[in-house]
Design a protein around this ligand. Structure first.
Ligand SMILES: NC(=O)c1ccc[n+]([C@@H]2O[C@H](COP(=O)([O-])OP(=O)(O)OC[C@H]3O[C@@H](n4cnc5c(N)ncnc54)[C@H](O)[C@@H]3O)[C@@H](O)[C@H]2O)c1
Length: 347
């Protein structure tokens, strides 16, 4: 087991990588504990949670709502949880986001921890203290920033996760390496297939590397006023593609993969990335089973949706680009100019 400590204004989080779910017993010692999970995780990993009082919540984004949070408050009340209790979210990013929010707000804040069971949650969603739920059609619209007391990363939980979900996490690992860890990127180029094949040692290395990048960045900028924005590499176009491509045709990770390929291309024109290094991004993503090709028409539609995004400041948009492999940068770019470059009309 390896341990990192993330210290930020809203709390200190112990991050235990290459740990085992069974270690939760030690972390819970001496406290009244409830575990919150979902039906899939309970079916796949529930036998490892014996002895815990387990609450199950509904599956999927449609259950990432205030109604589910209210259901958890009811369950906490029925169990007479108090400020000395501990709530542990065991599951993917959805479980972690909901549990973190419910625990952070119940009685103005219960102690909580996570045992993320998807690769995406292990390297991204569970780390960093952003907790929240969707509201109407807006994702993660209601939430708080508060660090969990611990995040226990057990790579063996991934043995029951579908490969498409594994790849979602791999896209985030590549992202973290591309923005801030050249060594991890180079290691993925050599050994990435071992991660996809779920070789325990390789998984542990990839997860620990990506976790270290995110923890370092969050520690520096918990509120996402600066450097934390780098973690959005591939996400601007990725989110737009997710919204505009046929429902269910791409996962979040697949959309981020396509977004990173576009960002690499823009980086050559706008951030000084060499064409040779830019080509390494799609090459690695493809080797990890992620999509790298998107039609001009699909990009055009996605860009139209970015244009309508209310959060945009004037005609400028903050793109996360790469100056080099392992060195991301935040670039405010003119949207019309970017559109031309991405659509191949301005080269
Ligand atoms: N808070 C943050 O900083 C942050 C960052 C990135 C993403 N997110 C959020 O994370 C969510 C996506 O997370 P996700 O991709 O983990 O999705 P998810 O939580 O829906 O999990 C994916 C699926 O895998 C199942 N599952 C989970 N672990 C399993 C296991 N070990 N074996 C078998 N099945 C398992 C789940 O039941 C679910 O059906 C989104 O809501 C997103 O907004 C949050």
């Amino acid at each position: 087991m390896m341990e990192h400590t993330l210290t930020a204004p809203t709390g200190t989080c112990r991050i235990l990588t290459d740990a085992r779910l069974e270690d939760l017993k030690t972390l819970a010692q001496g406290r009244r504990v409830v575990v919150v999970t979902d039906a899939n995780v309970f079916a796949a990993q529930g036998h490892r949670l014996e002895g815990f009082d387990v609450i199950q919540i509904g599956l999927g984004e449609t259950n990432k709502t205030l109604a589910t949070v209210e259901g958890l408050y009811e369950a906490f009340l029925a169990r007479e949880l108090d400020r000395s209790s501990l709530v542990i979210g065991v599951g993917g990013g959805i479980v972690c986001d909901i549990v973190g929010f419910a625990a952070s707000t119940y009685m103005r804040g219960l102690r909580f921890g996570f045992a993320p069971t998807t690769l995406l949650a292990q390297v991204d969603a569970a780390i960093g203290g952003k907790n929240g739920v969707n509201f109407h059609r807006y994702k993660n619209m209601v939430g708080v920033i508060r660090q969990p007391a611990f995040v226990l990363v057990d790579p063996t939980t991934l043995s029951t996760l579908p490969i498409r979900e594994i790849r979602c996490g791999l896209a985030e690992v590549v992202k973290s390496a591309a923005i801030a860890d050249r060594e991890l990127f180079e290691w993925l180029e050599l050994e990435g297939e071992r991660v996809e094949a779920l070789e325990p040692e390789a998984l542990a290395r990839a997860a620990a590397g990506a976790v270290a990048v995110k923890a370092r960045i969050v520690q520096e900028d918990e509120e996402e006023k600066g450097v934390r924005m780098l973690l959005n590499l591939g996400h601007t176009l990725g989110h737009a593609l997710e919204q505009t491509l046929a429902p269910g045709s791409v996962t979040h990770g697949e959309a981020v993969s396509l977004g990173m390929v576009a960002a690499a291309r823009l980086s050559v024109q706008k951030a000084g990335l060499s064409a040779q290094d830019a080509a390494r991004i799609p090459r690695l993503l493809k080797r990890l089973g992620l999509p790298v090709e998107v039609t001009t028409e699909q990009v055009r539609t996605a860009l139209q949706s970015i244009r309508q995004d209310k959060k945009r400041r004037g005609n400028q948009i903050h793109w996360i680009l790469l100056e080099a492999i392992g060195q991301g940068s935040i670039c405010p770019l003119d949207l019309t100019d970017t559109e031309k470059l991405l659509l191949g009309e301005g080269e």
